[in-house]
Design a protein around this ligand. Structure first.
Ligand code: HEC
Length: 114
């Protein structure tokens, strides 16, 4: 099963053009684009979902932030920002946990314009 998971991860990386190395901000931006995140999110203003800079600000002092956001991306989430739910990305292998963590860390690294 581990091997299967690994093979799937390699396939997904190949499909998204991401490399197996540590995820760069540019890679994560591209992944968010190809996954359709920007149909509901923008970097610095609210759309259907919260601005990513607002998410970064909200969790800035939360030591579990990366894990919380990784979970929200994989399993969906509702109630923190309003009544509209965030869809889950784990089913059907849209995103693996490694990619979700990369996206979470990228979002947390975004700083609001001051
Ligand atoms: C159909 C619209 C939609 C899409 C597509 C979408 N989101 Fe969301 N997202 C939301 C909404 C709405 C919320 C607010 C959920 C809540 O209030 O808990 C949200 C919340 C979030 C949060 C904050 C979660 C929290 O616990 O505070 C993160 C991080 C996030 N989205 C990342 C992503 C990423 C990454 C993608 C693409 C892989 C994505 N979203 C795609 C609508 C969407």
């Amino acid at each position: 099963m581990r091997l299967l998971g690994l093979a799937a991860a390699v396939l997904i990386c190949a499909a998204t053009g991401a490399t197996a190395q540590a995820a760069s901000a540019a890679d994560m931006h591209k992944l968010a684009q190809s996954e359709g995140c920007f149909s509901c999110h923008a970097i610095d203003h609210k759309k259907v979902g919260p601005a990513y800079t607002a998410v970064a600000q909200r969790y800035a002092h939360n030591p579990n932030a990366a894990a919380i956001l990784q979970d929200a991306i994989l399993n969906g989430h509702q109630g923190t920002w309003g009544v509209i739910p965030m869809p889950a990305y784990a089913p059907d292998g849209y995103l693996n946990s490694h990619q979700a963590l990369g996206l979470a860390q990228w979002i947390l690294s975004l700083k609001p314009k001051s």
